[in-house]
Design a binder for this molecule. Structure first.
Ligand SMILES: Nc1ncnc2c1ncn2[C@@H]1O[C@H](COP(=O)(O)OP(=O)(O)OP(=O)(O)O)[C@@H](O)[C@H]1O
Ligand SMILES: [Mg+2]
Length: 580
């Protein structure tokens, strides 16, 4: 965990070291005043005025420089913390994008955004709560105790023993404190994740009228949070008490020792000033130490979670070597492919099929048969358990990710849009960078024209600048599909996959964009998944899937003659669902 943060800090090592040096200098300057005062008194007693003036000058200089160094340290520290926070956030986002498709299917977006925000808190915590408060107090304690050890060992030893004894209840209180805070933060993250989830799934909540249920659920999490936060704040009393008690004990014991020495005539006034000055300065030091620790431990949960996020290893498949694809893309061959989801569902089993160059192939079958999963294997979102998928004779495991994504375009079953303008969404796949808005508009208009979407866009008050809402919620299902088709026109990939791409269009619109789809798929290798069989009757070959397997294949006519699964599906669809 610490090594993760250290790796990050190494990216601004010079500033960090400079900051630590400044902090140590500040602590030294802040702690020499009792010694200087002691020496001053000695000089007053001796009547040595010259030395007195020099010492007074040193006192003033030490005060001045400790302020200058402290401010410089804070300036350097916060600049470096800001820089490292930015690096950390970029690193976290990069780590997330390097995760597998499977990781994304189970991650909690709400939790992730909380953690992303926490990155800068953690880095500022290391710089200020740890080094400026805790570390500097420890250095101060060590300096003072060390000095007393050599100059007045009795007092040094008494402080050392009391601090050591004081540490025990302090550590116990800290343990309780960490546990309570970690639990509170865990519940808080769950709470925030649930809030985010509720906002995303607002339509489901509304349609079921479950607002009260959701509030109740959030209320339960909140009361759990309150319980843990209460426990957390109670544990602070023990911490505060142990620090207050420690300081009082140091002053009391040292006062008795001073009194005894005084009585025996073994103590000068200057020694008295030094010991008392140091004893009193312990109050601030211990308080700083306690508050520093308190703030550090407050963040234990996030400290660990952010470290986990920053050290996330890439889990998506990256080929160890890549092969160049032939310029002219040929066929797709799926050979004996098996795939099992991590929950044990065998979604694809022993599937072999071939999609010859420029052909149109259809994949049909009941819901849950494994059609979309097969496509995900083709896109390398998941890796087959066994079997091989080749494109133009090259195993897709040997194709670079960039080549693969450029090669295959998909209109997914439920296209998701960015909460941005129509223009942004349509031109998302444009590869050329730095195109200006006019140039992008030309591309978008051409694509939307082909996808039969321009009429609708032109009717909107803001036209191509209209915002589509989260996930594209402001568009109708069919409009979203047409936008996804337009997006593909812009990209113009060599292999095109339609996963129920026109399922939400009415027959008239579907027919209208049919010509466009023909144009889009002209001289392309095309794979179509469709439930509505009438849309795929003209395909070169139709594969019928059931329970992850291919059970029939052939042309439409051949499959009807076979009188099997396909024929019965066709019969049901041509009869209609509602019979008298
Ligand atoms: N991410 C996932 N994790 C675990 N199981 C999954 C996942 N995605 C799909 N499945 C399961 O795999 C099986 C095949 O799903 P798939 O989405 O491939 O079906 P489909 O043929 O595309 O169905 P539909 O026509 O309804 O879209 C189903 O039983 C489904 O529950
Ligand atoms: Mg599907």
């Amino acid at each position: 965990m610490f090594s993760t943060y250290f790796k990050l800090i190494k990216k601004d090592l010079f500033a960090f070291v400079f900051y630590i040096v400044l902090i140590i200098l500040t602590v030294i300057l802040q702690n020499i005043s009792p010694i200087l005062w002691g020496e001053l008194i000695k000089n007053i007693q001796k009547g040595e005025l010259d030395n007195f003036l020099i010492l007074a000058g040193i006192v003033i200089a030490s005060l001045l420089f400790s302020t200058i160094f402290q401010n410089l340290a804070y300036h350097v520290g916060s600049k470096s913390a800001v820089k490292l926070s930015q690096i950390g956030k970029t690193q976290a986002m990069e780590a997330i994008y390097n995760q597998s498709y499977e990781y994304h299917t189970s991650k909690k977006s709400g939790k992730f955004s909380v953690l992303l925000n926490k990155i800068s808190d953690m880095i500022f915590g290391i710089y200020f709560e740890f080094f400026a408060d805790t570390f500097s107090s420890i250095v101060g304690v060590v300096l003072v105790t060390g000095y007393l050890f050599f100059t007045a060992p009795k007092y040094g030893i008494s402080i050392f023993i009391i601090v050591l004894l004081g540490v025990i209840p302090f550590l116990i209180a800290i343990r309780i404190n960490i546990k309570a805070r970690t639990e509170a933060d865990r519940v808080k993250t769950d709470y925030l994740a649930r809030v985010a989830d509720g906002l995303i799934a607002f339509e489901t909540i509304k349609s079921f009228g479950k607002e009260k249920f959701e509030l109740k659920l959030l209320g339960k999490l909140l009361s759990l949070l309150t319980k843990n936060e209460d426990r957390y704040s109670v544990s602070f009393r023990a911490i505060d008490f142990s620090s207050g008690f420690g300081t009082a004990l140091i002053i009391a014991v040292n006062s008795i020792l001073l009194y005894l020495d005084f009585k025996n005539g073994a103590l000068s006034i200057s020694q008295f000033v030094i010991v008392m000055g140091f004893s009193f300065s312990f109050s601030t030091k211990l308080n700083h130490l306690v508050y520093g620790f308190r703030n550090i431990f407050k963040n234990t949960f996030y400290f660990k979670e952010v470290a986990n996020l920053l050290s996330l290893k890439p889990s998506k498949y990256i080929p160890s070597f890549t092969k160049e694809l032939p310029k002219d893309i040929g066929d797709i061959k799926v050979d004996n492919v098996d795939f099992v989801y991590s929950n044990g569902i065998e979604a694809v089993s022993n599937v072999s099929l071939s999609v010859p160059k420029y052909s149109k192939i259809a994949l049909v079958g009941e819901s849950g048969a494994g059609k979309s999963t097969l496509i995900k294997l083709l896109l390398r979102y998941y890796l087959p358990k066994s079997g091989v998928i080749n494109i133009s004779g090259v195993n897709i495991l040997d194709i670079s990710e960039e080549d693969l994504r450029r090669l295959i375009g998909i209109v997914p079953q439920d296209p998701v849009m960015f909460n941005d303008t129509i223009l942004f969404n349509v031109t998302y796949g444009v590869e050329k960078e730095n195109l200006n808005k006019e140039e992008l508009l030309v591309i978008a208009k051409r694509a939307c024209e082909k996808a039969k979407l321009s009429h609708f866009i032109e009717s909107l008050p803001e036209k191509y600048d209209s915002i589509v809402g989260e996930r594209g919620i402001k568009l109708s299902g069919g409009q979203r599909q047409r936008l996804a088709i337009a997006r593909l026109f812009v990209r113009d990939p060599k292999v095109i996959i339609f996963d129920e791409a026109t399922s939400q269009l009415d027959s008239e619109s579907e027919k209208a964009i049919h010509t466009a789809l023909n144009e889009l798929t002209h001289e392309k290798t095309t794979l179509i998944i469709a439930h509505r069989l009438s849309t795929i009757v003209h395909c070169d070959r139709i594969y019928v899937m059931e329970n992850g397997k291919i059970i029939e294949q052939g042309k439409h006519k051949e499959l009807l003659e076979l009188n099997g699964r396909y024929a019965s599906l066709w019969k049901i669809q041509s009869e209609g669902f509602f019979v008298k």
